[in-house]
Design a protein around this ligand. Structure first.
Ligand code: KIV
Ligand code: ZN
Length: 397
């Protein structure tokens, strides 16, 4: 299917002047920021199972954890690195030697090192000057490079940092040998337009790839990640189901499908496995996705209204902007009070019953009314309910 940016004039015209990347790398942090979801703690074996699945769906970089945080975390990361996956395995480390040493000992391919740069963090958390922060970042990057590993450098709370200072920090990181920089919107205060602006400003000064890490405090993590791509970001941090600190991070499945189907930007993700990995992560973390969750939610491809069901049965694209199969989902026609005759006819067909053959027109009218009566009482109508209604009516008449 052609991306909407090719077939929809409004989208096409709105992104006409942008220099969009052809591909975006997916840096998955389900096993690090995602595991920071309150109440979530994965065993080493569960982390390994998720890592194997992330690798199988084609994630480019897996942030396997924060090695310094516990022995269990180190055990999990060591197990993951021993599997020699295609994905780059990354470990998080503060810009301090002891964190970096523990990460190196876990056998990771790359280290994501970070230090906060915003005035709030400088004054109240780190109690460090602007210059001390730059020196600390440079030392950490140089130390990791001396050990022959790739470095991704993050200025924590970048989006609440003075832009001139932020540029200086990132330029120093590049000069010290960082392989890519990441721009965290640590407390999710950005808007998409501001993210486009920030990344395009950074691109004028920085030659290494730029990544973003957006939190969802205002529900804008995915939109802000896309805004960053519009500004030229080549990598996006995501988590399966949008897990993460507080309101979470940008949801992998939403970022990937928007890039692919709206912008026509490729990722390496096998989208048909998105629902499967979403279900696995829900099961292992104990955090269920809401039914109306985009892309992987139970209701994402369910139609109840008669008008919608009729439309979708005539041509799927009328009410399905994404073909369900390409994300590993199936269309569901839900019977309830909003259901129309077309949907009920199609349900009967599914159950091997044809109006005019096994069911008369009169009986069909009664079946429709009975289904709507149940729906009016706020109940869901199952296949068993439909069969019982049909049997009752056809036996009587
Ligand atoms: O949100 C954040 O700033 C982080 C950093 C560790 C990059 O998760
Ligand atoms: Zn984060």
């Amino acid at each position: 299917m052609e991306p909407y940016s090719k077939t929809n004039n409004i989208i096409k015209n709105s992104i006409n002047n942008l220099n969009l990347p052809k591909n975006v790398k997916i840096f998955d942090t389900t096993l690090r920021d995602g595991e920071q979801t309150p109440g979530v703690s994965l065993t080493p074996d569960e982390k390994v199972e998720i890592a194997i699945n992330l690798n199988n769906i084609g994630v480019d970089i897996i942030e396997a954890g924060f090695p310094i945080s516990s022995h269990g975390e180190q055990e999990a990361i060591k197990k993951i690195t021993s599997l020699n996956m295609n994905a780059e395995i990354c470990g998080l480390a503060r810009a301090v030697k002891k964190d970096i040493d523990v990460a190196i000992d876990c056998g990771v391919d790359s280290i994501h090192t970070f230090i906060a740069t915003s005035p709030l963090h400088r004054e109240y958390k780190l109690k460090m000057s602007k210059e001390e922060i730059i020196n600390r970042a440079v030392d950490a990057i140089e130390y990791i490079k001396e050990h022959g590993l790739k470095v991704e450098f993050s200025a924590e709370d970048a989006t609440r940092t003075e832009i001139d200072y932020l540029i200086e920090v990132y330029k120093n990181a590049e000069d010290a040998g960082a392989d890519r920089i990441n721009v965290p919107d640590t407390v999710g205060v950005m808007i998409p337009r501001a993210m486009t602006y920030l990344i395009s400003q950074l691109k004028k000064e920085i030659s290494i790839p730029i990544s973003v890490h957006c939190h969802n405090d205002f529900g804008l993590a995915v939109a802000n990640s896309l805004g960053a791509v519009e500004g030229g970001a080549q990598q996006v941090h995501c988590t399966v189901n949008g897990l993460g600190e507080r309101a979470g991070n940008a949801a992998l499945e939403e970022v990937v499908m928007s890039l692919m189907m709206i912008y026509g930007i490729d990722t390496n993700i096998n989208t048909e496995k998105l629902t499967e990995i979403s279900n696995l992560v829900s099961k292992l973390t104990g955090i269920n996705t809401q039914p109306n969750k985009a892309v992987v939610g139970e209701n994402s491809f369910a139609h109840e209204s008669g008008i919608h069901a009729h439309g979708v049965l005539a041509h799927a694209l009328t009410y399905e902007p994404i073909p369900p199969e390409i994300v590993g989902q199936k269309r569901k026609i839900i019977l309830g009070k909003h259901t129309g005759a077309h949907a009920i006819q199609s349900k009967l067909k599914e159950l091997g019953l044809e109006v005019g053959k096994n069911v008369s027109e009169e009986q069909f009218k009664e079946i429709v009314n009975r289904i709507k009566d149940i729906g009016d009482k706020g109940k869901m109508i199952t296949d068993a309910d439909v069969i019982a209604i049909v049997e009752d009516i056809t036996k009587r008449t």
